[in-house]
Design a protein around this ligand. Sequence first.
Ligand SMILES: NC(=O)c1ccc[n+]([C@@H]2O[C@H](COP(=O)([O-])OP(=O)(O)OC[C@H]3O[C@@H](n4cnc5c(N)ncnc54)[C@H](O)[C@@H]3O)[C@@H](O)[C@H]2O)c1
Length: 264
Amino acid sequence: MAEPRTVLITGAASGIGRALAHRYASEGARLLLVDLNDPTGTAAEVTGTAESTSTAAVDVREASATADAVTTLAAGQPIDVVVNCAGVLPPIDPVDAVSPDDFKRTIDINLTGSFNVVHAVVPHLRSGSHLALIASLGGLIAGYRYTAYSASKFGVVGLAETIRMELAQRGIQVHAICPGEVTTPMVDAEIAAGDSVQRAVKMMSGRPITAEQAADGIVTGIDSGSFFVIPSAQARVLSVITRVTPVPLRHRITDLSIRRAAKG
Ligand SMILES: NC(=O)c1ccc[n+]([C@@H]2O[C@H](COP(=O)([O-])OP(=O)(O)OC[C@H]3O[C@@H](n4cnc5c(N)ncnc54)[C@H](O)[C@@H]3O)[C@@H](O)[C@H]2O)c1
């Protein structure tokens, strides 16, 4: 029988991170769970399914606390899979109404936090390990009024592209996970805040998937060795269309769509 894999998940207390904990538990993995909010609730849910669980309450903005927590959780053993899910979606406002504090906080958690996790985990990876960073479809295609969020997630894709070259030389695979909309507490809060134009534009990128469907697609994509993992068919098609459409035409289509959505 194969040795259980050791899997570290950040943002494991909620949404996609929590669903990933359940998904990896179902294969009998050893789980190392990290979140700003103590992820012991998720650990309790998978007790009896996972081989073992260890948890840490850590803010990924704190580089040394993140490194210390990872070292404690790894306990001298290599980590086979890391999925960095910790992230935030700030209020969706017109650019001149975006609070500079919200912009900074979003970059600090989504982008600098991703770097802090990479920096903390790389010493614990070995040839054959996987390091996956959750960016977003909004990190490949700019989201309307997603000023801070898309800027941070384009940064995460850039970070993944950059470290991929280096870590490939050590046999470590890097993945940029770019989900379209996934129904989680983050998206529930966005819908409740209700920017109707932004919502209408976003719906053009396809139907939301569940956190469980996202987790399935993410694990399959990581195991298959794909660099870009986009866990829904509609979002995959949209990312390909965006890549092959000349920029002036893409901008024209986007601008027309926004005008149409604004008319209601
Ligand atoms: N839900 C979507 O539609 C969607 C789409 C694309 C990408 N994503 C990305 O997926 C990831 C998970 O999102 P989700 O929808 O599951 O949201 P969620 O709000 O349900 O979960 C996010 C988790 O991150 C944790 N977190 C936030 N700040 C943290 C910090 N500073 N340190 C440590 N943990 C922190 C939260 O406590 C929470 O448990 C995020 O990076 C998000 O941007 C989500």
